[in-house]
Design a protein around this ligand. Sequence first.
Ligand code: ZN
Ligand code: FE
Length: 256
Amino acid sequence: MPLLNVMAIPAFTDNYIWLIRGEGNKCAVVDPGDASPVMETLRREGLDLRYILLTHHHPDHIGGMPELRKHSGAVVFGPHDQRIKDIDQALREGETAWLPELGLEFAVLEVPGHTASHIVFCGHGSLFCGDTLFSVGCGRLFEGTAEQMQSSLDKLANLAPSTKVYCGHEYTRANCEFALAVEPDNQALQKKAEAVARLRERGECTLPGLLEEELAVNPFMRSREESVVRAARVRDPSAVPGAHTLAVIRHWKDHW
Ligand code: ZN
Ligand code: FE
């Protein structure tokens, strides 16, 4: 199984468009919200865009797709969602995105919560998770319930611990500050927050993180941990482990 060669293309203020390089000059991008930084990178690196992978319908993830598709003839993979035009291959859980020109394939998981039709791509030791899982955080619940987000995060928690997590945004520093309010005594989180602060002071990307680290520091992946449930109960004394606790801390973060 080839390991992936992945590069971050920053877009807007805090989005990442992930560029996956194959052998030679062929490549794919994940969630191109803006075409111009991608075009610029393709030109600079002499790359040929063959595939576009979309996790969900939000404009900051798909906005650059029509132009890139028209320019390159790249094949577009994405969720079943009428709101996204020009998808060549709509995918459901259990199906795979097959990228023959790169010799790569990615399994698809359906992860409703942030949006109803959100999907993620996993393969080659990597997870491209859009706005479902962030480093030390998770997406806002725009079109789904806390129960859905809990079961979506549970699916991701079952992937190999060594999986590299490529999220859609650079939110890690602010996420660490919130997570420390939830779990001030979590030593792994304290260390993570320090490492992230150092990276951001140098303007560096904090991604990808490892899934096993998320399980140790991300409060939204820890909604059954006693320390997280206890913090939720300060806000809502009836909080029980799991989706209810996730709902309470998600609401807390929304007003943070
Ligand atoms: Zn989004
Ligand atoms: Fe986004």
